[in-house]
Design a binder for this molecule. Structure first.
Ligand SMILES: [Mn+2]
Length: 234
């Protein structure tokens, strides 16, 4: 029997507070539902602090570390300007000590054994046991080249394709991080980053039913369009 409430994963919010409000309304979230945020709550969009605060108010919510949180936490730990991008300044000005304490509790992955699922921000290298993955890879993986085994961020592996093309479960992996206009789904995984901050959609997934719910962004906060496809998609 399914326990009380739903288990719902939500893709990259990136400071899109109004869209998050709208999605939670659309889902009619109750205190019995368990929400799992796939990372990159902050940056690029206008309301990083309010998004963090909204997630903190949700009972039982869990959240992943995304590459944006990872990078800013590294900056706070080291003080090295190498970790900072221009887009981070506004976020750094907004976030307070209590927000950082919350962000530091983010998890590199979330395992849901009862569903045979794992949630991660970036991804896992295909053909390797996912438990051996390093955090740096989990938060940032986008593409994989089956011929050479090379993997990494978009553009760093030009011949690579979106890693879920080559992922064979179990487990079924739900990720964010690599935006395109539509959800990407295979037998063994799906990507919920539908580019809300680029004027796309914010996507939620009911993990028991494997169904999706989306709301459209109110604006494009970045000025570049969301890519139509992920690398290697046909
Ligand atoms: Mn990301």
């Amino acid at each position: 029997m399914v326990a009380d409430g739903r288990k719902i994963a939500i893709g990259d919010v990136h400071g899109c507070g109004r869209e998050l409000d709208r999605l939670l309304r659309e889902l009619a979230v109750t205190d019995q539902d368990r929400l799992f945020f796939l990372g990159d709550l902050i940056n690029r969009g206008p309301e990083s602090r309010r998004v963090v605060q909204r997630v903190r108010e949700l009972p039982g919510a869990r959240w992943l570390i995304g590459n944006h949180e990872w990078r800013l936490l590294a900056y706070r730990r080291t003080g090295l300007a190498d970790y900072i991008r221009e887009q981070d300044r506004d976020t750094l000005a907004q976030l307070q000590a209590d927000d950082w304490a919350f962000i530091e509790q983010g998890e590199p992955f979330i395992e849901l054994p009862e569903l045979n699922m794992v949630l991660v921000h970036g991804g896992f290298v295909p053909n390797r046991p996912w438990r051996t993955a390093e955090v740096e890879t989990m938060v940032d993986l986008q593409v994989f080249d089956p011929a050479s085994g090379a993997y990494g961020r978009l553009g760093r592996v030009p011949q690579g394709r979106f890693w879920l093309h080559d992922w064979q479960g179990p487990p079924f992996v739900v990720c964010g991080h690599t935006p395109a206009t539509d959800v990407f789904a295979t037998e063994w995984g799906c990507c919920l980053d539908t580019g809300c901050v680029y004027g796309g959609h914010l996507t939620a997934m009911d993990l028991d039913k494997k169904t999706w719910c989306q709301v459209e962004a109110y604006a494009n906060y970045v000025g570049r369009p969301v890519p139509r496809q992920r690398p290697g998609q046909v």
